[in-house]
Write a protein that binds this ligand. Structure first.
Ligand SMILES: NC(=O)c1ccc[n+]([C@@H]2O[C@H](COP(=O)([O-])OP(=O)(O)OC[C@H]3O[C@@H](n4cnc5c(N)ncnc54)[C@H](O)[C@@H]3O)[C@@H](O)[C@H]2O)c1
Ligand SMILES: O=P(O)(O)OC[C@H](O)CO
Length: 334
């Protein structure tokens, strides 16, 4: 009962996919890591480092990089870690190698633009024969890959599968907490990225610590309202994958989302803020989807809407801030 999975595969050798492959080796596994770029494969094979996406971290020799999805065919646990906008295509590429009941853990934090789908909805459409779970929570890849302590949420509506995944990935420095709330874990992970852009804008504009605290608190209220309307439990939102990840991402320049926001706050255009970046800031694509979901579920999302207006070039930062501060006074509630 609840034995560990034996053959772990990871799809996506960005910073987080590489870090999660490393986590699985800390837990004693040999891991197949599917990478898109030949230079990433070469870098891991020759130097035991991912020079492109996770610089200066010594990787375990138990990580086996490959380009070929067929090499994942004998895995019994797959961690899917592409950028959210590429999840659908990635799962389609995996499809020929998926056996009935394969466990697929969705580790990307975003909402698909155009469909407003969370990652588990995409999994159900593309690989209905697989069993899905979500991994989310406060976890900067570089810290996790270096073996610094982190606690995350693993969410799955099948409690037994959840326990099996948690047991497979748990290690001396990586502590998964179990949950059955997949929507909450996914919504928390996706929405905190949009709110981190808001906090970055505030930081870049020099609006001070009071504004920062207000943004995190009202951002939390906003993301919880939407998540609960989508079917999440409020309890999940006060956990690692909700408040925990929001606080982390809004408080460090390690965050790509916060960094993009800071660049916008300092007066750059979005194009300038993203120029030359190989890494993904998911909030940029998730913002319009979040706004869409707010309308669909009739939930007010003033901060996400303001961020989205700035990202779409519909409002400059100063006007967005003025618009937020001049809203009618409200009763404070989550
Ligand atoms: N980096 C972190 O600290 C961290 C932590 C937790 C969750 N995440 C989430 O993990 C997901 C992946 O982020 P990351 O940080 O590993 O990536 P990254 O920013 O380090 O690298 C970009 C990734 O995008 C991939 N990519 C680019 N074009 C692609 C395409 N057309 N199809 C498929 N893949 C493509 C690249 O191969 C690479 O793996 C995101 O949803 C992110 O929010 C990241
Ligand atoms: O760098 P970011 O903004 O993508 O955040 C990384 C992780 O999601 C933090 O938990």
């Amino acid at each position: 009962m609840n034995e560990r999975f034996k053959r772990v595969g990871v799809i996506g050798a960005g910073a987080w996919g590489t870090a999660l492959a490393q986590v699985a080796t800390f837990a004693g596994h040999k891991v197949t890591l599917q990478a898109r770029e030949p230079e990433v494969i070469q870098s891991i094979r020759e130097d035991q480092q991912n020079h492109i996406y996770l610089k200066d971290v010594e990787l375990s020799p138990d990580i086996r990089p490959t380009h070929d999805f067929a090499d994942l065919a004998d895995c019994d646990l797959i961690l899917a870690v592409p950028p959210a906008q590429h999840m659908r295509a990635t799962l389609k590429a995996l499809a020929p190698y998926v056996k009935d009941g394969l466990a697929v853990v969705l580790c990307s934090k975003g909402i698909e633009r155009g469909t407003d789908a969370l990652m588990n909805e995409i999994l159900k459409e593309v690989l209905p024969q697989a069993r899905g779970a979500v991994l989310a929570g406060p976890s900067f890849a570089s810290e996790v890959a270096r073996g610094l302590p982190a606690a995350v949420t693993v969410a799955c509506d099948d409690a037994q599968l959840c326990a099996q995944i948690a047991r497979t990935l748990a290690g001396p420095t990586f502590r998964p907490y179990k949950s059955t709330d997949m929507i909450g874990a996914e919504a928390g992970g996706a929405l905190k990225n949009v709110l981190a852009i808001a906090c970055g804008i505030s930081e870049g504009k020099g609006l001070g610590r009071n504004a920062h605290a207000a943004l995190i608190t009202r951002g939390f209220a906003e993301m919880s309202r939407l998540a609960v309307a989508m079917g999440a439990q409020f309890e999940t939102m006060v956990g690692l994958c909700g408040l925990g990840d929001l606080v982390l991402t809004c408080s460090s320049t390690q965050s790509r989302n916060m960094s993009v926001g800071m660049a916008l706050g300092r007066g750059m255009t979005l194009e300038e803020a993203l120029a030359g970046k190989v890494s993904v800031a998911e909030g940029v694509q998730s913002a319009p989807a979040a706004v869409d979901l707010g309308r669909k579920f009739d939930v007010e999302l003033p901060l996400c809407e303001a961020v989205n207006s700035v990202l779409q070039g519909e409002m400059d930062v100063r006007t967005a801030i003025e618009a937020l501060l001049s809203r009618p006074l409200k009763v404070e509630r989550a």
